[in-house]
Structure formats: structure tokens, C-alpha cells
Design a protein around this ligand. Structure first.
Ligand code: MLT
Length: 408
């Protein structure tokens, strides 16, 4: 008899964004004339930077020709892209990351979900609340939690992010082994200062713990004093793995390219206390289960680091940040409390009511789709997340509709 991994039965019915998509589809079916504006899932809407498109086309042409055709590439990514990443994203900011510490992949979602395979079953995991559901669900699937009771999985240490701590969790009181952090944060849009991030790095060093640092939204940082990478903090290379993505920084959500940094000295321990380097373990996993991102996509990603590519990607970010400002201004006018939006494409708004009720009310009365905060965890209840990824016109229209309903 074939039996299942029963840990899957502990999961909530469906992945948050699939659940929302279903609700929106049902609403659209029942209200075919209603014009829906999606400010829910953080999915980009604008075309790729022209430099990336040109490189993409050229690389596709190379694939048509026997002389320039590429078969399987290196699983870790082509050296041209790994070098461009190391120089532009790290070395240029004083973070000493080498090209061979970078693993190119098809998404930060997959990498943040897969990385937990490297760790033992009985580790103590600290996970923020609210949180990007992938970190949580993949640990549930792997059997590292108990059941879901009163809005939380047993056996995890939740790091509350609330108004009281400015949506930056404080260090856990107990010893933990694995810590998930994401800044600029999804979903709250909050940011962390270098001094605050240093307290986490120091904690990890002291406790022989590991930080999984999701920096998928670093491109939205406007305040130059904020860290874009955890490796800007001294000592982080020993205790942190960082995840990045071209999805939001260069519009690659549908093109798929991301990367994970595993520094050579970053280590974890076996049950006898012997140190093992995670670089070789992740390399082993990556080579076994992944066959690399397609050559044209990697060429497109490389072009994002050309002079024109950088300017075009910055223009994309600036475009979405104008939307963020428009949402923040509307909330200021309406007198709603919020965080985020200043260094992030997400605005986390205190909706003053149950967040699913707020979601339904907005959808029904305005046709605007947001993400209910409760979908990201218990601390998210009462909040909604608005994403800045849409056209200026649609965001302006959405804010006008919201203003009518919320100021009534
Ligand atoms: C989100 O809306 O939180 C993100 O788009 C999800 C993701 O990047 O997978």
C-alpha cells in the first residue's frame, strides 16, 4: 500500500496566493462587469529591461546554431553571471563574496523552500510572524512541526513582528538553531538597520545558529544607510545564507532567475559537534536535483548588470516606487496606520478589522484585490498588504476607489 507523507495533512488547505486567486476568480465569474485591480500578489507588470531583452534574443539565436548551441550548463550557473553578481551586488558594497559562492537558480521561492533539506529534523526554528508562507510550509512538509493549533504550528518559535517592535522581531529568549529573516520584509515592508541586523549575526555566532536571509526586495531600498546584504555585517559570512532574485529587481517573475549565496566558511554541525561546510552540501543538493537555469535567461540576467541594464532596472524600480508613494499618500490622507512603502513595494496597513473581512469588503465594494494579513500569520490579523506592482493608472484608480469607500 502506498502511504503518504502525513505531514502534508497538517498544512492549511491551500497556498495563500492560490487561495486568493480562487476567490478573485469566483468573484469575477459572479461579477463579470466589475473591473478588478490586482494589488495582491507581488507580481510585476512591466516589460523586461531592453538590455535584458536584447541579450535574451541574442542568446536564443545562439541556441539555433550548432557552433554556438549550449546543452546542459553548469548547475551552479554560468561563470559570466556569477561573476557579474559577485562584483555588482556584493564586492561593490564592500561585501567580500566570490563568484563561486553564488548558486544561480530559477527562484528564491524554490531556494528558500529547499534549503531546509540540509538541516536535521530536530533543530529549533525561529520564524517571523507574519511571514512569507514558503519558509513555514516547507518545514511543515518536512515534518519539523507539530499540528496547527490556534493559528500556529506547534514546535516552532515564532518571532512576532508588531507595531510595538516596529515590525522588526527581537532576539528569541531561548536558544534557536535556524533563523529566517527577510528585509525589506515581505509582507510588512519594514526594514532593518545595520545595528539591528548585527544583533542577529552576533546571536547566530554565539549560538552556532544559522540565519537564512531573504533579500529579494533589496533593490527597493532608498535609504542608503540600510543594509542591502547581510554580508555588509561583520562576521555574517560564517553564519548566514542569503537569497536574492531578479523577479522584483528586474521584472523576471515570469522569466525565472534568482540566486543563493552560500559563503565557503558558512558551517553547520553533525550530531557529534563536527563542523561541516554548507557550501559543499548545497552544491551536492543543487547538482543532484537541479540542472541549471536556461542559457538565454542567464544571459538576460547578466545584461541587467550592463550600464544600460542597470539604468533600465532602476527605472523599473522607480516606477513601482511611485506607486508605493501613491499608496502611502492615500493612507496618510485617510488616516490609516501603515508601515513599509518607503523602501519596499509592500505597504502593510492596519485595516482596523479582521483582515479577511477587509479583503472581502475591498473586493466587493471597490474591485481592488489586496492580500489579507492573516494569511501571513497570526500577527497579521487586522492588517492587509497592498502591493505596488501595477501600472500608475491602475494604482491611481484603485486609490480613488479606496478613498471613496474608506472615507465614507
Ligand atoms: C508575494 O506576493 O508575497 C510574492 O510575490 C510571492 C513570491 O515572490 O513568491
Amino acid at each position: 500500500m502506498i502511504t503518504i507523507n502525513e505531514h502534508y495533512l497538517k498544512l492549511q488547505a491551500s497556498y495563500l496566493f492560490s487561495d486568493i486567486a480562487k476567490r478573485v476568480a469566483a468573484f469575477q465569474k459572479n461579477n463579470p462587469d466589475k473591473d478588478i485591480i490586482k494589488l495582491g500578489i507581488g507580481d510585476v507588470t512591466r516589460g523586461l529591461p531592453a538590455a535584458a531583452i536584447k541579450a535574451f534574443h541574442d542568446a536564443v539565436d545562439e541556441m539555433a546554431n550548432d557552433a554556438t548551441f549550449k546543452g546542459y550548463g553548469p548547475e551552479q550557473g554560468y561563470d559570466f553571471l556569477r561573476q557579474a553578481i559577485a562584483i555588482n551586488d556584493f564586492q561593490s558594497r564592500g561585501a567580500d563574496i566570490a563568484a563561486d559562492e553564488i548558486f544561480v537558480s530559477d527562484g528564491a521561492k524554490c531556494d528558500t523552500g529547499n534549503i531546509q533539506e540540509l538541516f536535521s529534523q530536530d533543530i529549533k526554528i525561529a520564524i517571523p510572524d507574519p511571514v512569507y508562507p514558503v519558509y513555514l510550509d516547507t518545514n511543515v512538509m518536512a515534518g519539523r512541526t507539530g499540528t496547527f493549533t490556534d493559528g500556529r504550528y506547534q514546535g516552532l518559535i515564532y518571532l512576532d513582528s508588531t507595531r510595538e517592535n516596529n515590525f522588526v522581531p527581537t532576539l528569541p529568549a531561548e536558544d534557536v538553531d535556524l533563523i529566517y529573516l527577510c528585509f525589506p520584509n515581505n509582507p510588512t515592508g519594514s526594514t532593518i538597520s545595520k545595528a539591528e541586523l548585527k544583533t542577529w549575526v552576533d546571536y547566530a555566532r554565539e549560538h552556532k545558529a544559522l540565519i537564512l536571509f531573504d533579500a529579494a526586495y533589496e533593490a527597493f531600498i532608498r535609504d542608503e544607510s540600510l543594509p542591502k546584504s547581510i554580508y555588509e555585517i561583520e562576521g555574517a559570512k560564517e553564519v548566514a545564507i542569503e537569497f536574492r532574485s531578479f523577479s522584483k529587481s528586474a521584472g523576471f517573475t515570469g522569466t525565472r532567475c534568482a540566486y543563493t549565496v552560500v559563503p565557503k566558511q558558512c558551517a553547520a554541525y553533525d550530531s557529534s559537534g563536527n563542523r561541516h561546510f554548507l557550501h559543499s552540501l548545497w552544491n551536492r543538493r543543487h547538482c543532484t536535483k537541479f540542472n541549471g537555469v536556461s542559457y538565454p535567461v542567464q544571459r538576460a540576467a547578466e545584461a541587467v548588470y550592463s550600464e544600460e541594464g542597470k539604468a533600465q532596472a532602476k527605472a523599473l524600480i522607480d516606477y513601482y516606487m511611485e506607486n508605493s508613494m501613491a499608496v502611502c499618500n492615500t493612507m496618510d490622507t485617510l488616516g490609516y496606520d501603515y508601515v513599509g512603502g518607503k523602501n519596499s513595494p509592500y505597504i502593510w496597513i492596519d485595516g482596523r478589522m479582521d483582515s479577511w473581512l477587509f479583503f472581502d469588503m475591498l473586493l466587493n465594494k471597490t474591485g481592488v484585490v489586496c492580500t489579507p494579513g492573516a494569511g501571513f500569520g497570526k500577527c497579521g490579523n487586522g492588517y492587509i498588504r497592498i502591493s505596488a506592482f501595477n501600472s500608475h493608472e491602475k494604482v491611481k484608480e484603485a486609490m480613488q476607489r479606496l478613498t471613496k469607500v474608506l472615507s465614507a
